[in-house]
Design a protein around this ligand. Sequence first.
Ligand code: ADP
Ligand code: MG
Length: 442
Amino acid sequence: MTLTLEAPAEATPLVEVHGLRHVYGAGKSGPGLVVLDDVNVSLRDHEIVGLLGRSGSGKSTLLRSIAGLITPSEGEVRINNPSGDAGQSAVAMVFQSFALFPWLTVEKNVELGLEAKGLAPEVRRKRTLAAIDLIGLDGFENAYPKELSGGMRQRVGLARALVVEPAVLLMDEPFSALDVLTAETLRTDLVDLWTEGRMPIRSILMVTHNIEEAVLMCDRVLVFSSNPGRVVAEVEVDLPRPRHRLDPSFRALVDDLYGRMTTQPKPTSAQQGARTGTPGLGVALAVLDTDTLASMIERLVTPPNDGEADLADLAAHLQMEADELLPIAETLQLMRFADMAGRTLRLTPAGRRYEAADVDRRKQIFAQHLLAYVPLARHIRSVLDESPSHQAPASRFREELEESMSPAYAEETIEAIVTWGRYAEIFAYHEDDDRFSLDDPA
Ligand code: ADP
Ligand code: MG
């Protein structure tokens, strides 16, 4: 007779997220900003899963919910970690950049992770040194953060997370603050440790806006939409490791993900600034130079492009990441200079007129489109028109924006509108006293 052992432990995911919804600022003065809506995610044993989405799509909010750092408005997060014992954690988080304590050495900074675990000092020290060793920081034990490069500091962040031997390692864009070469070294080191089975963890859930990074590192990629954040696609990456960026199968996956990332649902009414009564005011604008917008328009008529181009090709030629290229494409779409259909970015007749025009005519066309299609521009202009002094403090618009976006996004949105408004000469902005006016921009 054979005894059949049940294998439920295998089948139960390590992390289960059900029906997660999160609203920022609800109940204060309006409906709030729906950042996550009906998010369902599971993380199985021994896998690296990537959450791929644009800036502002709610990835950090989701990761923080899983880490227990914030309580989501609705839904459930379950961490199934039966074997966890004292000295181990269910989850540990690595952030984009680490707040290391400047007065503590590398060793003490890493050991901090273990402080609340009630371990004997010699056990703590042993585990700390092991984590430092694993992550390639040996020799730096007694260094202070200010003596370390960005890459080395991020290694300290990783060691601090690994020292608690978490079942799940959560990483929030851990390489995006690093220079290109350093980021690649850290990615490779981490993947090597993972494939060699040397990391004291079971699975990794990482957030990224970088498509190539997701394909390079992950077993599975969940594509996250924006406004509100939701999982819109799941893509298996079954390429053998080590992976090579130039492999045709690697490129094909990158292209595929490009298409999936550009398929975004329409903004919700909460996003549209329901409370302010000015439709579309809740749309965050990307800080982009008007020269950048103009050169993308020109690019679309530069052979071999004939008024349209494939976004993945454009990104490859321009060596841009999705997160850099898509805001340009979206801004052109917002202003009706181009249309995005799937992965194709195509100039509109207005976009072609702009391209063919001289400098002054371009400004006029840009001004018309700015006022017609960017509600914030129209709003600022009409406030200035109606004000007897033809001026208004920028703080007023910032506050209106903050009803439907975070202060950081509001700040960027103001910065974008200042740049575009100046170029179009529809209003001026005075930095010294943070004020808009209709004066001639001096
Ligand atoms: P991501 O990590 O994908 O860039 P976030 O989760 O940081 O996205 O933010 C998602 C949205 O939530 C953004 O529009 C942001 O402005 C907003 N947001 C984030 N944190 C807060 C907060 N504390 N209060 C209000 N809005 C916030
Ligand atoms: Mg984030």
